[in-house]
Design a protein around this ligand. Structure first.
Ligand code: NDP
Length: 335
């Protein structure tokens, strides 16, 4: 198991988590309605950092110190006291960062039909991050053909799908990322029109003016901070900003001020924060659309797969320095 040790401030460290090895006989107790699962893949997501602080006013409760970390996973049912689940069925949903989990809350679990799509994609392309891309782009940004779209953290779990969906919609798409390897991926594998390494740019306003001489219609913001401020200076009239995440601000105790909000008025820009979980009614349509695009070869998905449960703490921390190239997943056990 990976145990959460204590609430933290600043950038998370491996030592904020602890690997615990124990031998316990697990079974779903009779009458409990629980299922026992073997975890195959676990997802590392930036939102989990929010659960490492003792703040109860959020949309999701904090982790409990001394207990196993909770996260999305793909798992195989090994024992069930629930008539809706049978041994050997594959499921995805919230589970524990551990080899085997006893899941009591089964209502939110989704069964996986194996249809040639890699199982791990159910925590990425077809899981919460993929759905975030879909809901954020279509529900918040309402893209139109030929619009100019900018995406930050563009090669990550969410960003890479936003860009590909926007391209399928006929938009012009530019992404920012934190390394030349990621820029190459965006341009040569993920089909973005352009991409740049923001770490090599001194003036973010100037780089956005270079890639968007006509301005930006849609900014899909995964990072907040300086990039958001620079995008505000470059929005077109009636532009839309989807505030998806603020990974650049997540480890700061004092978030950075934004200076250019006045442009929201002068350019009549709509800026909207959203949570993917508010749009779950769209999930079936999302699954059908994105599965179809993938099977037709219209989209691809890049994963960064770490091997073994014990690699999870380092992989999670890597999200905050951009170590992950694509969706960060942990393979806990072979299928
Ligand atoms: P990614 O796979 O994109 O991983 C995080 C990436 O963020 C890193 O690889 C790195 O990319 C970038 N990053 C890290 N630190 C910084 C920094 N200080 N400044 C700028 N960029 C940084 O993560 P996801 O795709 O899973 O998530 C993207 C965003 O979406 C996050 O903010 C997350 O919280 C949010 N989110 C929101 C949801 C919602 O419902 N609103 C649901 C799911 C995710 P690089 O090397 O390019 O800098």
């Amino acid at each position: 198991q990976v145990i959460f040790k204590q609430y933290i401030e600043g950038v998370p460290k491996e030592t904020d988590m602890e690997i615990k090895v124990s031998k316990t006989e697990l079974k779903a107790p009779k009458g409990s309605g629980a299922i026992l699962v073997k975890n195959l893949y676990l997802s590392c997501d930036p939102y989990m950092r929010g659960r490492m602080r003792d703040f109860r006013g959020s949309y999701i409760p904090p982790f409990v110190p001394g207990q196993v970390i909770e996260g999305f996973g793909v798992s195989e049912v090994v024992h069930s006291d629930n008539p809706n689940f049978k041994p050997r069925e594959l499921i995805t949903g919230l589970t524990g960062w551990e080899e085997y989990s006893l899941i009591q809350k089964t209502e939110q679990l989704r069964k996986i039909q194996q249809d040639g799509i890699p199982l791990s994609y159910h925590v990425g392309l077809l899981g919460m991050p993929g759905f975030t891309a879909y809901a954020g782009l279509y529900e918040v940004c309402s893209p139109c053909k030929d619009e100019y779209v900018f995406i930050s953290a563009a090669s990550g779990a969410v960003g890479q799908l936003v860009g590909q969906l926007a391209k399928l919609h006929g938009c012009y798409v530019v992404g920012s990322a934190g390394s030349n390897q990621k820029v190459d991926l965006l341009k040569n594998m993920l089909g973005f029109d352009e991409a740049f390494n923001y770490k090599e740019e001194l003036d973010l306003d100037a780089v956005l003016k270079r890639y968007f001489p006509q301005g930006i219609d849609i900014y899909f913001d995964n990072v907040g901070g300086d990039m958001l401020d620079a995008a505000l200076l470059n929005m077109r009239i009636h532009g839309r900003i989807a505030v998806c995440g603020m990974v650049s601000q997540q480890n700061l105790s004092d978030a950075k001020g934004i200076h250019n909000l006045f442009n929201l008025i002068t350019r009549r820009v709509k800026m909207q924060g959203f949570l993917q979980s508010d749009h779950l009614d769209l999930y079936p349509r999302f699954l059908e659309d994105v599965t179809g695009y993938y099977k037709q070869g219209k989209i691809v998905y890049v994963e960064d797969m770490n091997e073994g449960l014990e690699s999870a703490p380092a992989a999670f921390i890597g999200l905050f320095s951009g170590k992950n190239v694509g969706k960060q997943v942990i393979r806990v056990a072979r299928e």
